[in-house]
Design a protein around this ligand. Structure first.
Ligand code: NAP
Length: 282
């Protein structure tokens, strides 16, 4: 394991995972950026960001291949997450998709396998496939992504559904809808939210209030966006960084403490939801 320590959040199964990991959407697609991305992933693992999020969808497997290269020889240092597309989420389709993913990743098992978003396959069927994958030793845990509060309630009512370990959803300062109900419900069930696009794919970096808060701490806007998520309970986040500089900056955000005054400024600029909102997706 990495020498660096980072706060952990517990999965319902009892296993701790770091509060910050590494996203991989769009990584591994551009040969000109490949060396930088590989170095970024490896530095991330060295720095304690040992949760790696990928998916069969990303670059049609290219992100999984890159991750496979980054973790070669150090598989046991990371908590590896991948996702099955809804169009593959039938019983047989899920098992086959998982076989392809572990092959691209150069490993024998995933630590966590997520249904990427809800499709037409009945949830019971995908859950049965996840259970079989656990039995086969190809995955250790399973979860979902982009599930709204009704989807989660339905999942928890299907046979075996209570074994869900996370719901990976869009959550950042500009996307606070889940605070009205989903986040609280998941906290009550002890199921961590995995926040994706935590810096809104770079779009929130120029916001004047985020920059003002960053200046108060001699920090960067990305660090403020991540430190704000750190103030939420039962949550892990997976920023994607394609350079070593961004990885180090993001890792340092774990130790940035925002003040009450900072949080008030951010609430004024990005008000929390006053009523239920449809779950947003990217
Ligand atoms: P993100 O992490 O919010 O933003 C990534 C962008 O921010 C990249 O352009 C990156 O640039 C830049 N960046 C990273 N660190 C920075 C820093 N310190 N300073 C300035 N810019 C910085 O967006 P995301 O990739 O959409 O979300 C993160 C991960 O969540 C994805 O990679 C994926 O693993 C997951 N995700 C899941 C779903 C889902 O449906 N389940 C959907 C979207 C995302 P560089 O490349 O130059 O570092």
């Amino acid at each position: 394991m990495s020498m660096e320590t980072i706060p952990m959040v517990r999965l319902p199964a009892g296993e701790p995972i770091p509060v910050m990991g590494l996203g991989t959407w769009y990584l591994g697609e551009d040969p000109a950026r490949r060396a930088s991305e590989l170095a970024a992933l490896r530095l991330g693992i060295d720095s304690g960001l040992t949760l790696i999020d990928t998916a069969e969808m990303y670059g049609d497997g290219a992100a999984e291949v890159l991750v496979g290269e980054a973790i070669a020889g150090r598989r046991d240092e990371v908590f590896l997450v991948s996702k099955v597309l809804p169009s593959h989420a039938s019983y047989e389709g899920t098992i086959e998709a998982c076989r392809r993913s572990v092959g691209r990743l150069g490993t024998e098992r995933l630590d966590l396998y997520l249904l990427h978003w809800r499709g037409r396959v009945p949830l019971e069927e995908t859950v049965r496939a996840f259970q079989e994958l656990v039995r086969l030793g190809m995955i250790r845990h399973w979860g979902v992504s982009n599930f709204d509060i009704r989807d989660m309630a339905e999942l928890l009512s299907v046979p075996g559904g209570e074994a869900v370990q996370t719901n990976q959803v869009l959550y950042n300062l500009t996307r606070r809808g889940i605070e009205y109900d989903l986040l609280r419900t998941m906290q009550a069930h002890g199921i961590p939210v995995m926040a994706y696009s935590p810096i809104e794919q770079g779009r929130l970096l120029r916001h004047p209030t985020i920059n003002a808060v960053a200046n108060r701490h001699d920090a960067t806007p990305a660090q403020v966006a991540l430190a704000w998520l750190m103030t939420r309970r039962g949550l892990t986040m997976i920023p994607r960084a394609g350079t070593r500089e961004h990885v180090l900056e993001n890792r340092a955000a774990v130790d940035l403490r925002l003040t009450e005054e900072d949080l008030r400024m951010l609430d004024d600029a990005f008000p929390p939801p006053r009523g239920p909102q449809p779950l947003e997706m990217l």
